[in-house]
Design a protein around this ligand. Structure first.
Ligand code: 5CA
Ligand code: ZN
Length: 375
């Protein structure tokens, strides 16, 4: 087994750096908002952290990966209103569908899978800490984070103020909210609309903002500083920038040692997303294809390269699975696969090494098992 450290790209440092956690690796990956079914973009994201964990375990680490469920949030409440069901009933159905999909894909079980609604007390305590340290203010029944009190705001995403304002407007940040001192200030607690769930708090009844759910859950489940934080690249700003600011403001400790983001899976030239509706659902793919081929389809792309979903993706992956299966058991390409994964999780290079071994007649079942694919 190689002794050199694994190397991974860190979004905040903007370079590939050694990733050298202790024996137990703590990870937080942003989970689903359960208002629609799992699409192949979600699957690509969770598969990336799955392969990462498998290689870390192969290197001898224990991994603790928390994957939250955003079960109270603007998008979920809007959809529940549209379809006329209770938001927790909508969430329950979608969580069950998600669980079935990721189990079929052979994902390692999350170490914990906490729901935002389980954390209201934690969130209230968290907001108290941010207020006590002078990094938030109350206005018009809401509590906002004061970005002017946080000089390093923007350092993870490395965006200029205008770019941050544009993205905040696109991603639910309400920069035009007149109760804010600065349009980039973001909500920690907000009054609920009459048909929305509401909890008591020292600042009036209401519900949490989205970003604080992940900060409070990460602190509760894993402590003040976590080894690695993941999610799709669509979350770098504002979600992860805001999480980092409020977490470090609340605890006075570094929040994340390493930020790792999965590039977007696209379709018809745009990010695959629930709001655009250009979706390929895992549950539909599963009806036609071996779930191991779905895994391979995602792993054929490097996690930092955006890629386009096309009609060729599944047939190519299925042919590859077939060629590996036909050569039977063996540990061909195993060390090359390990080396490739240690070089910024280079799954395309790993698959290419396995293709070479298989085409020369060597079995690749051990390497495939390391990638979560039993042959
Ligand atoms: N609940 C929040 C995170 S706290 C959320 O973003 N939920 S989500 O359901 O919209 O997305 C779930 C995960 O899939 C997130 O990590 C998100 O960044 C990722 N994701 C969403 N769309 C894509 C896509 N097209 N390609 C790759 N990853 C995606
Ligand atoms: Zn999150």
């Amino acid at each position: 087994m190689s002794v050199a450290p694994m190397r991974l790209y860190d979004t905040a440092r903007r370079q590939v750096v050694p990733f050298e956690p202790g024996p137990t690796v703590t990870m937080y990956t942003c989970g689903i908002t359960p208002y629609d079914a799992t699409h192949i973009g979600h699957a690509a994201t969770y598969l990336t952290y799955d392969v990462l964990q498998r290689r870390l375990r192969d290197r001898g680490h224990e991994t603790r990966c928390v994957r939250n469920i955003t079960d109270v949030d603007d998008d979920l409440l809007r959809k529940a209103r549209e379809v006329g069901v209770h938001y927790l009933d909508l969430a329950a159905g979608e969580i069950a569908r998600f669980d079935a999909d990721i189990e079929a894909l052979g994902l390692l079980p999350a170490w914990s899978e906490p729901r935002a609604t389980s954390a209201i007390a934690d969130i209230r305590g968290f907001i108290g800490m941010v207020l006590d340290r002078g990094h938030a203010y109350q206005s018009n029944g809401a509590v906002y984070f004061d970005v002017s009190s946080w000089p390093t705001f923007g350092s993870i995403s490395a965006l200029g103020r205008d770019e941050m304002l544009t993205l905040a407007a696109e991603r639910g940040g309400n920069p035009d909210d007149p109760a804010k001192r600065d349009p980039l200030d973001f909500v920690l607690w907000q009054p609920s609309a009459p048909d929305e769930p509401s909890w008591e708090s020292l600042w009036g009844p209401g519900r949490p903002g989205w970003h604080i759910e992940c900060s409070a859950l990460a602190l509760r489940e894993l402590g003040t500083t976590i080894d690695l934080h993941g999610g799709g690249s669509d979350l770098i700003f504002p979600h992860h920038e805001c999480e980092s600011a409020q977490s470090e403001a609340a605890t006075g400790e570094p929040f994340v040692r390493h930020w790792m983001h999965q590039a977007m899976v696209r379709m018809d030239g745009e990010k695959m997303s629930k709001s655009l509706g250009n979706l390929v659902f895992v549950s539909e793919l599963r009806k036609e294809w071996d779930p191991r081929a779905i895994r391979l389809a995602c792993m054929a792309h490097h996690y930092r390269e955006p890629w386009e979903w096309t009609g060729d993706v599944m047939p190519t992956a299925a042919a590859r699975l077939q060629s590996w299966s036909s050569v039977g058991i063996g540990d061909g390409a195993l060390e090359e696969v390990r080396d490739a994964l240690d070089r910024d999780l280079d799954t395309p290079a790993a698959l290419a090494a396995m293709d070479r071994a298989a085409s020369s007649g060597q079995g690749v079942s051990t390497a495939a098992a390391l990638l979560g694919i039993p042959l």
